[in-house]
Design a protein around this ligand. Structure first.
Ligand code: MG
Length: 282
């Protein structure tokens, strides 16, 4: 009986202690949260001399609502192709309406003899941008090397990011998908199989010239292909050419996005772009 009594006493004591601990937790919850400063006015100046470390007066970034997934357009993007209309595009030749084939939410490079032929370009011109574009080379492999699923995305209408079916396709290194054509191979070959949808997320920095026509900043590009980094702030030698070394002889600091008709039925979908302005975001 004595043992039982000790056990009961112990149980009661244990319950009482638990009640005290719970009460302390509740008291803590009730305490007002500590106020944190939203910024400082007495910290050292950063090297640019404009803002202090954690400066309270420094403008906060603009709010952008992201898309549902990283592939969906965020709130500040211009949708260049939503699967229904190519109204924002025109033929490079003569500026006629875009006649590439839109079907089932996809736009396709047409076969020879269809319409005007040739590259298409956006009606709007851009400088620095972030571009999302999805593409697929034909599921049925036809041709080889640069004749297989070839197209291209051009910035300022002149700086190409190569589109090619580089899946198990031997071709020169500076002509692969994600290459800066004729100059820089991608860091890795991140191509999916022929016919499968692939993504490019590209940040393009337009070159700059001063008023006297002197180049002050080259063009740079960063590319994620299917989420894999394939170019890291890679500089261009100049506008893309074929069998020649590019240069910055001509002043070209803005222009359309162009898509290449290389005679292969490459498909595109979900194209959106964000206008950026590097150098002014302080
Ligand atoms: Mg090409």
């Amino acid at each position: 009986m004595k043992t039982q009594s000790i056990a009961v006493t112990g149980l009661v004591a244990g319950l009482a202690l638990a009640a005290v601990v719970a009460q302390e937790k509740d008291n803590k919850k009730a305490e007002a949260p500590k106020e944190h400063p939203t910024g400082y006015t007495d910290t050292p100046f950063l090297p640019d001399g404009k803002w202090r470390v954690h400066d309270d007066a420094r403008p906060r970034p603009e709010v952008v609502t992201p898309g549902k997934t990283a592939a969906d357009a965020p709130s500040d993007a211009i949708v260049l192709f939503d699967g229904t209309s190519m109204d924002q595009w025109e033929m490079e030749k003569a500026g006629e309406p875009c006649d590439w084939i839109v079907k089932d939410g996809v736009v396709e490079v047409p076969p020879k003899g269809h319409g005007v032929g040739g590259y298409i370009r956006t009606k709007k011109e851009f400088t620095d941008v972030q571009l999302h574009i999805e593409w697929a080379s034909p599921a049925e492999v036809v041709g080889n090397s640069q004749g297989r699923g070839n197209s291209g995305v051009f910035f300022l209408g002149a700086y190409e990011v190569q589109v090619l079916d580089s899946y198990d396709n031997k071709s020169y290194a500076d002509g692969q998908a994600s290459a800066l054509y004729g100059w820089k191979p991608p860091l890795v070959n991140a191509c999916r199989k022929p016919g499968e949808w692939q993504t490019y997320d590209i940040v393009f920095e337009a070159p700059r010239w001063d008023e006297s026509g002197k180049l002050v900043k080259k063009a740079y590009v960063t590319i994620l292909q299917n989420g894999v980094l394939t170019q890291h702030r890679q500089e261009y030698l100049g506008p893309t050419g074929h069998k020649q070394v590019a240069n910055y002889d001509k002043v070209l600091d803005h222009g359309p996005i162009k898509l290449q008709d290389h005679g292969n039925p490459v498909r595109f979908r979900n194209i959106w772009i964000r206008e950026l302005k590097f150098g002014s975001n302080d």
